[in-house]
Design a protein around this ligand. Structure first.
Ligand code: HEC
Length: 292
């Protein structure tokens, strides 16, 4: 394919191939690195978010709930006694400032229908139940957007049973609020749900794509300038001198023996011109001999 091309076109074609290959390698590699970066960043955010949430829940169960139960033993006051109630409420407040950050406590058997596990959450809970994994992290689509999610299991302990065992055992006010349809029947040690933090990757990935776009633009501009420079060099130091040698050689072959091979560089073209000069001298001598 290259054989029938002029030197200039051949070099340009090779450089174009180098450009395409190196640009795709650089953009592909860059995207991979930036994506890893995005994962790391999202992971840090989800860890901080869920640590803050778990700490609030711990504070409720260790500092508030015992006092409430001591001072108001018969009162149903979920805002101060149900960790999950507090967490879902805090999550909603956080969402007012960061609408795309989602914190969910999901269960296939919820008291509150808002907490019903979706297909993804149900799959994760099944894996927890089967003991395949003890936490799940990765990318997941939610309502058409991509999120980085970290899910951890929720296991029923002794202190969960009094609300989630049977409607008869639970506080009547709670049953009145949530009904008896679902959310009960917890047994000790069961995986009853999952805590999931969803952090959007879209924004970070879009920034990564933008950075890559700038890089590809800069790289292309640089390559274009290099291409133009190389083209100029090829024309001035290879194409033009060879054309000149061809022209002089053609003239000499037609008998214009006064033409001279002139080269003002000191390279392969000069060597070629010198060889032609010597050939011209030999030719002139041979013609002299023939003429005599
Ligand atoms: C004082 C009663 C009470 C206790 C104790 C309790 N929960 Fe709940 N739980 C609730 C209520 C009320 C909700 C509904 C919160 C809401 O409206 O978002 C709930 C919600 C949940 C949910 C979300 C799904 C759903 O049912 O809406 C899970 C999962 C859950 N609890 C697990 C547990 C676990 C595990 C424990 C023990 C560590 C526990 N609960 C202890 C009352 C309780």
């Amino acid at each position: 394919m290259f054989r029938n091309m002029t030197i200039r076109k051949r070099i340009m074609a090779i450089l174009a191939i180098v450009y395409v290959v190196s640009l795709s390698l650089a953009v592909g590699g860059g995207y991979y690195v930036l994506r890893q970066d995005t994962i790391r960043e999202s992971l840090e955010k989800t860890e901080i978010f869920s640590a803050a949430m778990s700490s609030s829940a711990k504070y409720l169960t260790s500092a508030i709930r015992p006092k409430v139960q001591e001072y108001l033993p018969d009162t149903y006051f979920p805002e101060a006694t149900v960790g999950i109630f507090m967490l879902t409420t805090i999550a909603k407040t956080v969402q007012e400032q960061y609408p795309e950050y989602i914190y969910r406590i999901a269960s296939p058997n919820p008291l509150n229908p808002e907490n019903l596990a979706d297909a993804f959450e149900e799959k994760v809970i099944k894996s927890f139940e089967a003991g395949e994994i003890d936490s799940w992290r990765g990318f997941v689509q939610r309502e058409g957007k991509e999120f980085y999610a970290v899910a951890t299991p929720m296991v029923a302990g002794q202190n969960c049973i009094w609300c989630h065992d049977t409607p008869e055992a639970a506080h009547p006010k709670m049953v009145e609020q949530y009904g008896t349809r679902s959310g009960y029947g917890y047994a000790l040690g069961d995986v009853v749900g999952t805590r999931v933090v969803y952090v959007p990757t879209e924004v970070a990935l879009q920034q990564a794509k933008k950075k890559l776009g700038y890089f590809a633009g800069g790289f292309s501009l640089f390559f274009l300038l290099a291409l133009i420079a190389v083209d100029r060099i090829i024309i001035s130091s290879v194409v033009r001198p060879i054309e000149k040698i061809v022209e002089v050689a053609t003239d000499i072959s037609r008998g214009k023996m006064d033409r001279e091979f002139e080269v003002n560089t000191n390279d392969e073209i000069r060597a070629l011109a010198d060889a032609f000069k010597r050939m011209k001298v030999s030719l002139a001598k041979a013609m002299d001999i023939l003429r005599r």
